[in-house]
Write a protein that binds this ligand. Sequence first.
Ligand code: SF4
Length: 212
Amino acid sequence: MPQSSTTEHALEQVLAAARACTLCAAHLPLGPRPVVRAHPAARVLIVGQAPGTRVHASGIPWDDPSGDRLRAWLEVDRDRFYDPRCFAIVPMGFCYPGRGKGGDLPPRPECHPTWHGKITALLPEVRLTLLLSRYAIDAYLGPLARGSVRETVGAFAELPTDRIALPHPSPRNNRWLRENPWFEAEVLPELRRRVRAAFEADGISTPPGSEP
Ligand code: SF4
């Protein structure tokens, strides 16, 4: 079996196991429904927080206003965004974690150590990882993370170029975006440049899903 087929088969097996996971079922108010997608050809890895109730119901990641904003930030259409050969979507928690006083609860802590290493080991083409949320930033930047999401996002030029920290694109962050206009002015152009570069590497010359 060619190496690429072997990797694809191995990833399919890991994803099937993840989608059948019930590890923290006792803590999930709506029960397990892991939402994760990936393909070994993916160039960009999106690490978000965890599904909300709408995504839990549909099983489609980022199928909500947060996803609409994220696609606008990336300048990609839905077809490209949902092509796992382009974007792998692997949140910090694969299942809806429930609701607390201040909004949705954090991703379940069992999920990242159980699944992320197994999945990302089978994504050899990833050139850029988008870190959306404090949890993703801490997991993927570790000691390189600054004291706050704002500081980490703002330090984009000093951090490794294969990872970029972003605020969560939720409408709940509209105020944050208004109060930090440098994000749209400075970080978004760099984000789009890095996404284009990720797809242009090794011969894919057309940035997937770029709006005309
Ligand atoms: S949140 Fe993650 S660890 Fe918990 S049941 Fe879902 S897939 Fe398994």
